[in-house]
Design a protein around this ligand. Structure first.
Ligand code: URA
Length: 248
């Protein structure tokens, strides 16, 4: 591939910025300086370095992060640190973005990618991919809450949520698991507010049938395995195919 195209695709800037980078002589392919945008370089077979750092070209990246509280799920924010601020440089240059949002104080599983189709498959209301959260409540959840969640909850603005699954362990009824299939603003917190309870801690523990990798400490992330990416895509596809989803 042309050097300028490869570097621009990988997020090193516009064609003009990439040209400047090449002129600086900081791009190397197998130990040789690449200074012309038109030069062909082969990331699959050559050792490429940019500014002394090895460069591995993949068109798409798929990351799983255990998001800590305190980070914003956005690509930029004027006042707060975002989830992108804690990524390694060679991931950031691929211009990734979070798949959906978690509130600033919510922890847990956040996927980050630069693949718009992957993101859409997991966030589109049409696919209705389930997301499961662990929630700590200010008081025990009741049997009626389980029933109310399974019917759908009318939020304070009149919106009626889709049916959700609430699991209340007998041993700790204030530490519950809830699975929702849509992603309205503050949805889980607002659903509990509607039944008179406050969420004091929230963590996403699963997307589709893929659980959070609990070996990731808060703030840590890793590349998703191919098997995990395909599992989620397949589940999203099956949900559309089987018509198990809403029409919005
Ligand atoms: N529901 C919420 O209330 N907050 C989140 O971060 C995610 C789901």
């Amino acid at each position: 591939m042309r050097a300028d195209k490869l570097l621009a695709n990988a997020g090193f800037g516009t064609r003009k910025e990439v040209k400047k980078l090449l002129k600086q002589g900081v791009v190397m392919a197998d130990g040789k300086k690449v200074t012309q945008g038109s030069e062909q370089i082969y990331p699959e077979t050559q050792h490429i370095e940019v500014k002394g750092e090895p460069f591995f070209y993949r068109e798409y990246i798929y990351l799983m992060m255990n998001k800590p509280a305190g980070l914003i799920s956005a690509t930029e924010d004027d006042f707060h640190e975002t989830v992108l601020d804690v990524l390694e440089w060679d991931d950031v240059v691929r211009r990734p973005f979070p798949v959906g949002r978690l509130d600033k104080d919510t922890e847990g599983m956040l996927l980050i990618t630069n693949d718009g189709k992957f993101s859409h498959a997991l966030t589109s209301p049409k696919k209705g991919v389930p997301k499961t959260y662990e929630a700590l409540l200010d008081q025990p959840a009741a049997r009626e809450d389980v029933e109310a969640f399974s019917r759908g909850i009318v939020l304070e603005d009149g919106y009626e949520t889709k049916p959700a699954e609430l699991l209340v362990p007998e041993s700790s009824p204030d530490r519950v698991n809830v699975t929702i299939r849509e992603g309205k603003f503050h949805q889980v917190k607002r659903m509990f507010e509607s039944v008179g309870k406050k969420v004091t801690y929230l963590k996403r523990i699963q997307i589709g049938s893929l659980p959070l990798d609990e070996t990731l400490a808060p703030g840590e992330y890793r590349d998703m395995e191919d098997r995990e990416i395909h599992l989620l895509l397949e589940e999203a596809y099956q949900r559309t195919k089987n018509g198990t989803v809403s029409s919005d």
